[in-house]
Write a protein that binds this ligand. Structure first.
Ligand code: PMP
Length: 682
């Protein structure tokens, strides 16, 4: 009970604020220190972070950050406060320049990780910027506002020196912040020096003017205080007492009506309209954390259906899109081309197996599958194989929700049941039964599959499969040797092998592409999901010169979506692929795999668990019975995690950047669910 109480008090006090200046020498450190005193009286732990400090001086063999001593003096030995400074430089100038003068660059992603960890571990965290909002802080033109403030997604307290020109500086800063959706929680005009009576009129006027422009933001004036006066701290505390900074802006007043509108008018994926599941209203997201409108934080274990592989609100992806937005958001791709499509293409060709040389961009995974199937049929026509109009697909497979894609999904478990009559009839081969880490008996498996080729080969244009890992069809991981077998069989019967890497691509299985486990080159490959790091919808169908020259004999490839190669999507995809090519996904996937094995394999001991499977950054617990999705969702939200079960499966497919602490929270929520199911004898 006591624990619960402490927890609810923590939730009430928990908040983070970014203290930003309209300019350098605005008095941010003074205000931060004043707020530090204020919050230390109501919260159990308060941390102040000065991520970057320039103008440091030598002291006892290490650089001393002047703001640290300021905080220390102001906190006067309070026990519940701590201070952090991560990047210290001597020159008193812009951070990126100060770093460059010492031959260094600031690792902005590293900084973000450190800040987030401190935010997680404290009730109140104050992060003090350096200089104004647009100061450059790192490589790739990183700035304070884009790369720290917007990425952290915490409200800003804007500090401005109260003088002539302040209104302009405040207005510029507020509009930059609001343009990026950052909440301005307060504006503090700081009287840096004693004012003469003649100035009072217009300096007081500044506050009134700013208040009338931003009536929705709390504005304060901090008078000049004599720091050497005996009662300085008493006076300061009395003033800061009056400063009221609202919590993170939430849609709470409108929340009920928003949810009602959603419930009544918006359709959600695979939704039962008569009995739709409750929805969470997400206000913002950062890293692997989703912030709900009612102020909760949910750790996302499924990276928005496996696509947000670099985490949300990634500074590099944000910047790539913002930069492209300044050029052009969209142009048609017929008769026109552009740099983002070309650069992304160059990048992709370095990543896929050699031989895949032609790229068709489309708008979603399902459409890329439609394009792949069209390619195969047109190729067959071009080759004179008029009868080759059907496809082989695997039982347990899933390839999308459009009509032709549905026709190659599992015919019983998939959507055939409902659309069976209108969907083209395809030929389904048995699901590969040998597990991922086992060897197949090649001759026996050949004998199992070859009769299908023998019987239907003449009517089959392509064989579509999810290499190694069948995902939405039941998270089944099979031996890579099947890929070699299927490649050989397809070669022998003039059938194109189509690898649907939409879910498995870009590191999910522990290799860059799942086909790499067997070193096979498919004739056609579909890519999607993580391609844009989950930022925009974009997919690609890649194929070989041979297939394209076959198609050409039939005429042009008959597909051309309006949003083909959308420049915004291509630009963000290019950055996402750059991040992948830098290789950190590899270490992360290994780390996540080790974690999943330790956390999930022991769950096999429970009666309610039928099987546990782990591959790369995919952890799957197959339950003996269908999981009650609604109850599971409620349980997850109550445990501050975001997971979705389907049928018997509870699974985790997180962003690669997820920390082990976050993984632990996810694993704990799953453990509690299973323990509970066990108690109820499910
Ligand atoms: N193929 C596979 C293997 C998939 O997992 C999915 C999506 N889950 C698709 C195709 C369809 O992609 P989209 O939802 O982008 O249409």
């Amino acid at each position: 009970m006591i624990l619960l109480h402490v927890e609810s008090v923590r939730k009430m006090t928990k908040r983070s604020l970014f203290i930003a200046g309209t300019d350098t020498n605005a008095g941010k450190t003074f205000i931060t220190s004043a707020l530090l005193r204020k919050f230390s009286k109501i919260a159990q732990s308060v941390a102040v972070i000065k991520p970057i400090q320039t103008g440091c001086f030598d002291g006892d063999g290490e650089l001393v950050a002047p703001d640290m001593s300021f905080y220390e003096t102001f906190s006067g030995g309070l026990k519940n406060v701590s201070f952090f400074c991560f990047e210290k430089f001597k020159a008193a100038c812009a951070p990126s320049l100060a770093a460059r003068l010492e031959g260094k660059t600031i690792d902005v992603d590293g900084l973000m990780d450190k800040i987030r960890r401190i935010i997680d571990g404290n009730d109140v965290v104050l992060v003090e910027g350096a200089g104004g909002l647009m100061v450059p802080i790192g490589a790739h033109n990183a700035t304070m506002i884009v790369d720290l403030i917007a990425s952290l997604r915490i409200p800003v307290v804007l500090v401005a020196p109260n003088r002539v020109g302040t209104i302009n500086h405040v207005a510029l800063s507020v509009s930059e912040l609001q343009r990026r959706g950052i909440q301005v929680a307060g504006i503090i005009l700081n009287q840096l020096s004693e004012i003469k009576d003649v100035e009072r009129l217009f300096l007081d006027g500044n506050l009134t003017e700013i208040q009338s422009i931003y009536h929705e933001i709390n504005c304060f004036s901090m008078p000049h205080l004599d720091t050497s006066a005996d009662n300085f701290f008493e006076k300061l505390d009395a003033i800061t007492q009056k400063i009221c900074i609202p919590r993170q802006q939430t849609a709470i007043p409108n929340l009920e009506s928003s949810v009602k509108f959603d419930h009544e008018h918006l359709l959600h994926p695979y939704d039962n309209l008569k009995n739709s599941l409750p929805v969470q209203v997400i206000e913002s997201a950062s890293g692997v954390e989703l912030k709900t409108a009612d102020g909760e934080t949910l750790i996302d274990g499924i990276s928005s259906w496996w696509c947000a592989i670099h985490g949300y609100n990634n500074a590099r992806l944000n910047r790539a899109m913002e930069e492209q937005l300044q050029n052009v958001a969209h142009v048609m791709f017929a008769g026109l081309t552009h740099d983002p499509a070309i650069k992304l293409g160059e990048q992709l060709l370095c990543m896929v197996p050699p031989g895949l040389t032609k790229i068709f961009y489309s708008d979603s995974g399902s459409i890329s599958v439609e394009v792949a199937l069209k390619m195969a049929v047109q190729w067959a026509r071009g080759q004179g194989f008029e009868n080759k109009q059907k496809f082989f697909a695997l039982r347990g497979g899933y390839h999308g929700d459009t009509a032709w894609a549905m026709s190659v999904c599992d015919p019983e478990e998939g959507m055939h049941k409902r659309f069976g009559r209108i969907l083209p009839r395809q030929i389904f081969l048995p699901r590969p039964c040998v597990k991922f880490n086992q060897s197949i008996n090649f001759a026996a498996e050949w004998a199992r599959y070859e009769p299908f080729f023998e019987e239907h080969g003449r009517e089959i244009a392509g064989f579509i499969l999810e290499p190694i890992a069948q995902c939405a069809g039941g998270f089944w991981f099979y031996s890579p040797e099947y890929l070699t077998l299927f490649r050989e069989l397809c070669n022998g019967y003039d059938i194109l092998l189509i690898a649907d890497e939409i879910a498995t691509g870009f590191g999910r299985t522990g290799k860059l592409l799942a086909c790499d486990w067997a070193n096979i080159v498919p004739d056609i490959m579909c890519l999607g999901k993580g391609l844009t790091g989950g930022y925009m919808t974009l997919a690609a169908t890649l194929t070989t010169d041979a297939v394209i020259s076959g198609i050409s004999k039939d005429g042009p490839l008959m597909h051309g979506p309006t949003f083909m190669a959308n420049p915004l999507a291509c630009a963000v995809a290019r950055e996402s692929m750059k991040i992948i090519s830098e290789g950190t996904w590899y270490e992360n996937t290994k780390r996540i795999e080790v974690f999943f094995k330790e956390a999930f394999l022991p769950l096999g001991k429970f009666h309610s668990v039928r099987d546990v499977r782990v591959l790369g950054s995919m952890g799957v617990v197959e339950m003996a019975q269908v999981v009650d999705q609604q109850a599971f969702q409620k349980h997850c939200v109550a445990n501050n995690v975001w997971l979705r079960a389907f049928e018997n499966f509870i699974y985790v497919m997180p962003a690669y950047v997820i920390s082990n602490e976050h993984l632990e929270t996810l694993a704990k929520a799953i453990y509690l669910w299973i323990e509970n199911s066990e108690k109820q004898g499910l």
